[in-house]
Design a protein around this ligand. Structure first.
Ligand SMILES: Nc1ncnc2c1ncn2[C@@H]1O[C@H](COP(=O)(O)OP(=O)(O)OP(=O)(O)O)[C@@H](O)[C@H]1O
Ligand SMILES: [Mg+2]
Length: 144
């Protein structure tokens, strides 16, 4: 599935729709170049999951940030937002114990998943955001 997102609002709206479908253990991997909109998408997804403090800067740079959220079903969940940009090897990802986040009660959202693609469960939702034209607000989004 591929779609054009004309501006940041459309990106956020897409994330809101996705949030409605999420269930425990779901893993959302966000690929795309620097500035493609992965964090914008991740924050919109977290807001849609009822995360209150998703925009607060962390006291120190964190590879994994944990939040409390709520699924569309009304069940409370936990949300792990990860950014693997700084990791160089798949083994570093393994050492963080990330698999714990790939099951209930977690929803995980991962930027730069290509650092360790073989870590993921088969049920991964892999999203790629791409620039359509530089310096414009348009992006394409591909799911799957
Ligand atoms: N359609 C769009 N969707 C998302 N972001 C957009 C869009 N149009 C413009 N932008 C802008 O692009 C930037 C996206 O930044 P963001 O931090 O989300 O990128 P990123 O993919 O997380 O980059 P990084 O790899 O550095 O973490 C923001 O400044 C945002 O305002
Ligand atoms: Mg980012």
């Amino acid at each position: 599935m591929q779609k054009i997102l004309n501006n940041e609002q459309e990106t956020c709206a897409f994330a809101q729709q996705l949030a409605k479908t999420l269930k425990f253990g779901d893993v959302i991997a966000l690929s795309g170049d620097l500035g493609a909109g992965k964090s914008v998408f991740a924050r919109a997804l977290m807001r849609a999951l009822g995360v209150k403090d998703e925009a607060l800067p962390s006291p120190t740079y964190a590879i994994i940030q944990e939040y409390e959220g709520v699924l569309a079903s009304g069940e409370p969940c936990k949300v792990a937002h990860m950014d693997w940009y700084r990791l160089e090897h798949a083994e570093e990802v393994e050492m963080l114990g990330v698999r714990e986040f790939f099951e209930a009660p977690w929803i995980s959202i991962i930027e730069w998943p290509e650092r360790a693609m073989n870590t993921f469960p088969a049920s991964l939702t892999h999203i790629t955001l791409r620039y359509v034209e530089r310096d414009m607000d348009q992006r394409s989004i591909e799911v799957g």
